[in-house]
Write a protein that binds this ligand. Structure first.
Ligand code: BT5
Length: 324
């Protein structure tokens, strides 16, 4: 974050519990001391608690637990993802805003986040419950240079990123149900929706939506999904700070997306398989034409699901609705 305010937060954050003098801040930021003071008042409005001590200077006592463009961008160590970030209190769907922004020319890596969605959507026009302030409802605009047929790999990439963050940052090991669900103990923690705007041989843009249940108690979920949905709080017993988690997801996503560009799908495939749900098990599969039983073997180098049917024949599934 290159703004004066961003630099100010970084200077204060570097010192942690120590005070930074108004003089030093004014010199380093090349602004007057009254201007420094004005910035502090603005930070307080965003939820930062600042201590100002005569002759010592300023320090940050606590960071806001409020998602905003500033609180997410502060300290975000990405180089392209989230450099432009739009935060809204309430929207119909972040996917919709992302499409509008992309059509108006928004750059690769633009992120749209909302506290609440009134018409959050899943695949096939299903709805996605997006409770105010209890989860991460976020869409990322990507402008990849690969061919359109590779875009389903983005869903798998996003799923492995969430799995990795849940494991290392939150401390729970989730499972990925192909292609877009993150589960724990069979319950859905997060879902991914990848929408594509493409011509025959060229992707105009991708809108990658992620819905992550973070701080809901189970009573938050409506009855129809209460048995099949969970949140990180339900799993860990603790509330999580949304901004920290958003940053971690964006940073990990950028790293893995860069790796995907340089090395292709293989590293994602290996990571995906480490989290694969019911790998090696026989499960009922419903494709458009028929219902059958198959053994989930893993994914192919192009992201298709590899399944052995009951005759031992290998099948590749690309877009089937799988019930298990
Ligand atoms: C998905 O669809 O899992 C994709 C969800 C993507 C949501 C994000 S939020 C940000 C962005 N903006 C949007 O409007 N959407 C994206 P699908 O696999 O079709 O699953 C939908 C099904 O999950 C529903 O039919 C319900 O059964 C269930 N469901 C709905 N809300 C849920 C929730 N909060 N937690 C768990 N399950 C839910």
């Amino acid at each position: 974050m290159e703004s004066t305010r961003g630099k100010l937060i970084e200077l204060l954050a570097k010192e942690e519990d120590n005070f930074v003098s108004g003089q030093k801040l004014s010199e380093q930021l090349d602004i007057s001391r009254p201007a420094v003071w004005k910035h502090m008042k603005e930070l307080e409005k965003d939820g930062y608690v600042i201590e100002a001590a005569p002759r010592k200077g300023y320090r940050i006592v606590s960071y806001p637990d409020k998602v905003s463009m500033n609180t997410v961008q502060w300290g975000l160590s990405t180089s392209w993802l989230g450099q432009r970030l739009i935060h809204k209190a309430s929207v119909t769907s972040t996917q919709l805003i992302a499409h509008q922004e992309a059509q108006a020319g928004a750059e690769h890596g633009t992120v749209i986040i909302a506290d609440e969605q009134t018409k959050g959507r899943g695949r096939l026009n299903r709805s996605w419950h997006s409770y105010k302030g209890e989860g991460i409802w976020m869409s990322i605009i990507l402008r990849p240079t690969f061919e359109p047929h590779r875009s389903p790999q983005i869903t798998l990439l996003a799923a492995t990123v969430l799995a990795e963050v849940f494991k290392t940052y939150v401390g729970i090991k989730p499972q990925i149900k192909w292609p877009n669900d993150l589960l724990t103990n069979g319950k859905k923690l997060a879902g991914i929706l990848t929408e594509l705007q493409a011509e025959e041989d060229r992707v105009n843009y991708i809108v990658l939506g992620m819905g992550i249940n973070v701080n809901q108690p189970s009573s938050s979920f409506p009855e129809d999904i209460q048995r099949k949905a969970s949140s990180l709080k339900i799993e860990t017993g603790e509330s999580l700070e949304l901004t920290g988690l958003i940053k971690e997801i964006l940073q990990t996503f950028e790293k893995r997306y860069n790796e995907f560009n340089e090395e292709g799908f293989r590293p994602i495939k290996l990571r995906w398989e480490a989290f694969g749900y019911r790998l090696g098990e026989m499960v009922p599969i419903q494709t458009y034409q028929k219902e059958w039983n198959g053994r989930i073997m893993g994914i192919e180098d192009d992201g298709a699901l590899r399944v052995l049917d009951d005759k031992g024949q290998e099948q590749k599934l690309y877009s089937a609705e799988i019930q298990w």
